[in-house]
Design a protein around this ligand. Structure first.
Ligand SMILES: Nc1ncnc2c1ncn2[C@@H]1O[C@H](COP(=O)(O)OP(=O)(O)O)[C@@H](O)[C@H]1O
Ligand SMILES: [Mg+2]
Length: 256
């Protein structure tokens, strides 16, 4: 990555609260992510991980607190939200590709619609990003002709084609058969190496431990602890983290 942006703050989350009706889901979240940093968010189902991630591009609107992305407050009511969202790529558990469009068309459509790129330029950027995820040979295929892992790599390439400054991943491998997970994680590893700023909600503990600069453990709408993976996953200081890890690392033990 360009060394210039190293050390800058990419995401700043300050005092964020979010409720759905009576359900208080985020209870005062403070989190800062530096440019080029990979932050993995782990925690039990229902702890608010997706809600937090979705707040970062304002798919959910916090009722309290402030969120800045690359210095721009996206929680400011006057912000140009479309302009800010263009800089943020998001990859979901479900790939959300258009089934009636080829792989290439899935990549060129948002570039043309959202960024107004000329067809030739969009096609060139599509090809370049399909290569990056190892799927240049699938350019003319339709999503249904691809495995889940390949579809997810297309979804990542689609996001990359928009040249985002920040990538948000919400359990990108959770819908995949186990043997397809590795290829998707390999692409994410490549992005991390290239210096992409990434916020990744994941249950892949070995990925988090190996790739994340920082692991954040959430439970009950708060950040319980955070630090290097070797610390949070390898040697957690809170009982809640230990309980969670014992369950995900040895699921068979849960019901005993
Ligand atoms: N749009 C919504 N409306 C109502 N409740 C929601 C909505 N989104 C999430 N929730 C609830 O908020 C809580 C946290 O959800 P979520 O952020 O998806 O957790 P996680 O991603 O950690 O599993 C859950 O109890 C969930 O049911
Ligand atoms: Mg979730």
């Amino acid at each position: 990555m360009s060394g210039a942006s190293k050390g800058k703050t990419a995401v700043e989350i300050r005092g964020v609260h979010k409720s759905f009706g009576a359900l208080h889901v985020l209870k005062g979240i403070d989190l800062t992510i530096d440019a080029g940093e990979v932050v993995c968010v782990i925690g039990p189902s229902g702890s608010g991980k997706s809600t937090l991630l979705r707040c970062v591009n304002l798919l959910e609107e916090p009722e309290e607190g402030h969120i800045f992305v690359n210095g721009v407050e996206i929680t400011d009511p006057d912000v140009d939200l479309d302009a800010q969202r263009r800089k943020i790529g998001m990859v979901f558990q479900q790939f959300n590709l258009f089934p009636h469009l080829t792989v290439t068309e899935n990549l060129t459509l948002p570039q043309r619609r959202v960024l107004g790129r000329a067809p030739e330029e969009a096609a060139r950027v599509a090809e370049e990003n399909l290569k990056r995820v190892g799927l240049a040979q699938k350019a003319s295929a339709y999503p249904a002709q691809l495995s889940g892992g390949q579809q997810q790599r297309v979804a990542i390439a689609r996001a990359l084609a928009m040249h985002p400054e920040l990538m948000l991943f919400d359990e990108p491998t959770s819908a995949l058969d186990p043997e397809l997970v590795g290829d998707v994680l390999a692409v994410m590893r490549m992005l991390a190496r290239e210096g992409m700023t990434m916020m990744v909600v994941t249950h892949e503990m070995s990925f988090a431990r190996e790739v994340a600069d920082r692991v954040v453990f959430m439970d009950g709408g708060v950040i319980v602890e955070q630090g290097p993976g070797a610390q949070v996953i390898g040697n957690p200081s809170h009982e809640r983290t230990r309980t969670f890890l014992s369950r995900v690392l040895d699921p068979a033990a849960v019901s005993l």
